[in-house]
Design a protein around this ligand. Structure first.
Ligand code: NDP
Ligand code: GUE
Length: 290
């Protein structure tokens, strides 16, 4: 048996079409969704992601601006720029590409972004709102994973989800989001004992470890759904996931590839969040005009 491939690129394409139609409608009401991307330093991977985000904005009819700084930029300067973008009515989403240089406090930067423009869903206010089931911007990667699972007809209620990884931007929020969908969630991390025992009991494995080929067929119960979040480069510079795809695909029921899996969904949900923020801005405008 070989697993069904969850084609993130294809699902992303469908979602992007839906978003572009909504963007058109919003433009008729006089608002063009705008995304500001802040890039610090010249990390090659970050540059590639940022370019891809901008291209997608263009493709969907959105407005985008790129603000670039050298590696040595002072934290204060970054914070001032964010304050300015918070006040800019043409900007509905602000994204500061991570990671940032060590002399800049990542949390201070994230907290400086207005929660209303936090389309990454990284601000403590949005994280907190998501945790208690309130309306919030959902972090793009977890949100993308949720949409992929739903679009593939994978039931979540009562299912055992094992998340490997507990970062604030992937592991923790994806577990919380799936808990909100009534899954039973286990988090594993570098201090977890007998990891294989946990993953073998999973109906759904979310691999967000950051190590090439970390999840092997021994980790996977036959028929389980395997979501590969990893974006790693091997020695030859090839893009690799956290899952040993070739062997796991013969055991799993569903699997996501890398590239073409979670990555394209992440960017798509960023566009969705920016559209949503622009819609919120229009509603606010209409309320004050009435
Ligand atoms: N597709 C996409 O859109 C995105 C992909 N990514 C990719 O996803 C991967 C994970 O990213 P991110 O969450 O930011 O990474 P982090 O490095 O922040 O977190 C990695 C997590 O894996 C855990 N871990 C490390 N080693 C082991 C081990 N041996 N056993 C069990 N757990 C372990 C760590 O545990 P501990 O907490 O104990 O240290 C940590 O919680 C990366 O490859 C990244 O590039 C990231 C964002 C978006
Ligand atoms: N503030 C912030 N927000 C982020 O969302 C954010 C970030 N910082 N820092 C880095 C990570 C990583 N990330 C990816 C997004 C898309 C792909 C993606 O589209 N990948 C393609 C391949 C791209 C390629 O070929 O290089 C794929 O998997 O098919 C990958 C990774 C967002 N991140």
């Amino acid at each position: 048996m070989t697993a069904l491939i969850i084609d993130g690129k294809e699902i992303a394409k469908r979602k992007k079409l839906e978003i572009s139609l909504e963007v058109e409608k919003l433009k008729e009401s006089g608002i063009t969704p705008g995304l500001a991307v802040v890039l610090v330093g010249d990390n090659q991977a970050s540059k590639t992601y940022v370019r891809s985000k901008q291209m997608t904005c263009k493709e969907l009819g959105m407005h985008s601006v790129l603000i670039e700084y050298t590696e040595s930029v002072a934290e204060g300067e970054l914070l001032r720029k964010i304050a300015e973008l918070n006040e800019d009515d043409s900007i509905h989403g602000i994204l500061v590409q991570l990671p940032l240089p060590k002399h800049i406090r990542e949390m201070a930067v994230i907290e400086a972004i207005s929660p209303e423009k936090d389309v990454d869903g990284f601000h403590p206010v949005n994280i907190g709102r998501m945790m208690i089931g309130q309306e919030a911007f959902l972090s793009c990667t977890p949100f993308g994973i949720l949409v992929m699972l739903k679009e593939s007809g994978v039931a979540l209620e009562g299912k055992h989800v094992v998340v490997v990884g507990r970062s604030n931007i992937v592991g923790k929020p994806v577990g919380q989001l799936l808990l909100n969908e009534n899954a039973t969630v286990t988090y594993c991390h570098s201090k977890t004992k007998e990891l294989v025992k946990h993953t073998q009991s999973a109906d759904i494995i979310i691999a967000a470890v950051g190590r090439t080929g970390f999840i092997t067929k021994e980790h996977v119960k036959p028929g389980a759904v395997v979501i590969d979040v990893g974006i790693n480069r091997n020695e030859e510079g090839k893009l690799c996931g956290d899952v040993s795809y070739e062997e796991v695909k013969d055991v799993a029921g569903h699997i996501t590839p890398v590239p073409g899996g979670v990555g394209p969904m992440t960017i798509t949900m960023l566009m969705y969040n920016t559209l949503k923020s622009a819609r919120n801005a229009l509603n606010k405008l209409q309320r004050t005009n009435n």
